[in-house]
Design a binder for this molecule. Structure first.
Ligand code: SAH
Length: 228
C-alpha cells in the first residue's frame, strides 16, 4: 500500500499545484503516493451551501461549522481508517523533520485545511485532529501548509528521490544543518572550491563537512543542539 493523502479543503482546485511537479509529481504518476481532494462545501446541507458561521461570543471573521466538517472527515476517513487526521493550524505543534519522517513511514494522512478565523473547537476534539503548524506566522488558509507538509513527506518515500542516501546527510536529519556545497568551475569570481573537497581524501572530506555542519548549526540554529 502506497502513501495515501486525502485533503479536505474549500479550494480543491489548488491541488496538486506544486505537488504535481518534478520528482513529487513523478512519484504520484509512478503510484508511489496518491492524492485525493474533497470539497468541504459538498457536505453543506442548506441551499446556500454554507460552511461557516459567525463566532460565538462575537468578534471578527467566520468559523468553520463543526457538523459540516465532521461529515466530511467521516466520509473521507471512516472509523478504522489508520491514517492520522491532521489539521493545519498556526496553533499546532511546529512541524519537524522527525514528524515528517514518521508520517512518511505510515499509511498516509487526512489533512484538513482551515480557512477564515478557524474551526469550531468541538470537531477538533471529537475527531482528535492533530494540529500541525508550518511556522510562527499566519497564512490565509491551510492549503499551502498542506502542500508544504506533503512535499516534505513524499520526498522521503522510497523511490521518489533517486538514491536512498540523497537525504541521509541533509539538514535536520542528524539534528544539524547541512554543510555547504560546491561544484565546478574551480574558481568562481576569484573564489576557489575549498581545497579539501578536491583532495580525494574521503575521511578528511567527511570530517570537514561534519565540522562545517556543526559550526553552521552553532551559529544559526543553536536551539537544534540544545538537547545534546
Ligand atoms: N485565527 C487563527 C488563524 C486563522 S488562518 C489564529 O489566530 O490562530 C486560517 C487557516 O490558515 C487556519 O485555520 C489554518 O488552517 C491555516 N494556517 C494559517 N497559518 C498557518 C500556519 N502557520 N501553519 C499551518 N496552517 C496555518
Amino acid at each position: 500500500m502506497s502513501f495515501s493523502a486525502s485533503i479536505i479543503t474549500l479550494f480543491p482546485d489548488l491541488f496538486p499545484g506544486p505537488l504535481g511537479a518534478s520528482v513529487i509529481g513523478r512519484g504520484m504518476a509512478d503510484g508511489l503516493w496518491s492524492l485525493s481532494t474533497t470539497h468541504l462545501r459538498d457536505f453543506a446541507t442548506d441551499r446556500h451551501r454554507t460552511v461557516d458561521d459567525t463566532p460565538s461570543g462575537g468578534g471578527a471573521g467566520m468559523v468553520l461549522k463543526p457538523d459540516i466538517l465532521a461529515a466530511a472527515i467521516d466520509a473521507v476517513a471512516p472509523q478504522g481508517d489508520p491514517r492520522p487526521r491532521i489539521l493545519m493550524s498556526p496553533r499546532g505543534k511546529p512541524l519537524t523533520q522527525a514528524r515528517v519522517r514518521e508520517l512518511a513511514a505510515g499509511p498516509g494522512a487526512v489533512i484538513v485545511c482551515g480557512r477564515f478565523e478557524g474551526i469550531d473547537q468541538r470537531v477538533i476534539d471529537a475527531r482528535q485532529l492533530e494540529e500541525i503548524s508550518i511556522g510562527d506566522y499566519v497564512l490565509a488558509g491551510g492549503e499551502v501548509g498542506a502542500m508544504v507538509l506533503l512535499e516534505a513527506i513524499v520526498r522521503l518515500i522510497p523511490g521518489v528521490l533517486g538514491a536512498a542516501e540523497s537525504h541521509a546527510d541533509e539538514s535536520f536529519e542528524n539534528g544539524m544543518l547541512e554543510y555547504p556545497h560546491y561544484t565546478r568551475p574551480q574558481a568562481f569570481e576569484g573564489v576557489e572550491i575549498p581545497a579539501v573537497l578536491t583532495s580525494g581524501d574521503h575521511g578528511k572530506i567527511a570530517r570537514w563537512r561534519q565540522a562545517q555542519s556543526l559550526a553552521l548549526t552553532q551559529a544559526r540554529r543553536p536551539d537544534l543542539l540544545d538537547w545534546k
